[in-house]
Write a protein that binds this ligand. Structure first.
Ligand code: NAD
Length: 266
């Protein structure tokens, strides 16, 4: 097997939550291009349909869109069951669905906002990895990949994103616990992106900037603080996704893979 063969996921089945847009749609494309069939789960029905059409047009993969809310226990169970029933198994699962924050300082965050953000970013990752992880444990193999964030390592005082930062810290630590409990059959790793040009990475800052004159040049400031000098494109997360999903990463588990243009290096 050559090193390039190690990156193939032919004949495998991947499930991507938050797969209708942004980073998750990129992960789904990476899996489909690598040879897998793909289920994409999301609350956004029209985004799911668009992304499924795109994947079918661009790849040979069988694509299964599933409308599901990762904060709902029944939905989490159902999306995993449908993937197994309709696509014939589950080898790789990306717990990727997430929401950001509201631009408030932590001292101004309401409990309901705190719970909403942690509900998707932490409860949702728990439910997704619990359901997918138990199938993988039973079958004796699988890979779980959690989208955390570089903000699981460092704080971001500029944009009032405290609940998000806390949720991503929890998701990163949950990744390590899962890796320890599910080894050696199931490998579990986290991707920790920096600022990515998606509705979360870019849109949040637009809203925040509009509300807060003190940070109206936030985009420029962020680009200026990033050693690579720009936001990432979602497609720039595809490589790490395929690496972690495939045999190429066979000795990695419980690890965090930072893809942040150098943000946390300085
Ligand atoms: P995005 O908004 O394009 O994608 C998030 C997707 O999750 C959307 O399609 C949305 O509909 C879906 N979603 C939201 N709540 C859901 C729920 N309850 N159930 C199912 N689906 C739900 O943004 P993105 O940047 O692609 O975000 C993907 C992941 O990457 C998130 O976990 C995010 O926190 C993380 N991340 C993003 C950045 C960034 O700068 N964009 C940086 C670090 C980490």
């Amino acid at each position: 097997m050559t090193v390039l063969d190690q990156f193939r996921v032919d004949g495998e089945v991947a499930l991507v939550t938050g797969g209708a847009s942004g980073i998750g749609a990129g992960y789904a494309e990476a899996m489909a291009e690598g040879g897998a069939d793909v289920a994409i789960a999301d609350v956004d029905a029209s985004g799911l349909a668009d992304t499924a059409d795109h994947l079918r047009a661009e790849t040979d993969a069988t694509v299964l869109p599933i409308e599901a809310d990762v904060t709902d226990e029944d939905d989490a169970e159902r999306m995993v069951e449908r993937t197994v029933d309709d696509l014939g198994g589950l080898d790789v699962c990306f717990a990727n669905a997430g929401i950001s924050g509201l631009g408030n300082k932590i001292t101004n965050v309401s409990l309901s906002d705190w719970r909403e953000i942690n509900g998707v970013n932490l409860d949702g990752v728990f439910l997704t990895t619990r359901e997918a992880g138990s199938i993988m444990e039973e079958q004796g193999h699988g890979r779980l990949i959690v989208t955390a964030s570089m903000l699981s390592f460092v704080a971001e005082p500029a944009i009032g994103i405290g609940p998000y930062v806390a949720s991503k810290g929890g998701a990163k630590q949950l990744t390590k616990q899962l890796a320890a409990e599910l080894a050696p059959d199931v490998r579990v790793n986290a991707v920790c992106p920096g600022y990515v040009r998606t509705s979360i990475g870019h849109g949040l800052l637009t809203e925040t900037a509009a509300e807060s004159p003190a940070v109206e040049d936030l985009h420029d400031e962020i680009e200026g603080r990033t050693p690579l000098g720009r936001f990432a494109e979602p497609s720039e997360l595809k490589g790490i996704a395929l690496y972690l999903a495939s045999e190429a990463s066979s000795y990695c588990t419980g690890s965090t893979f930072v893809v942040d243009g150098g943000w946390t290096a300085i």
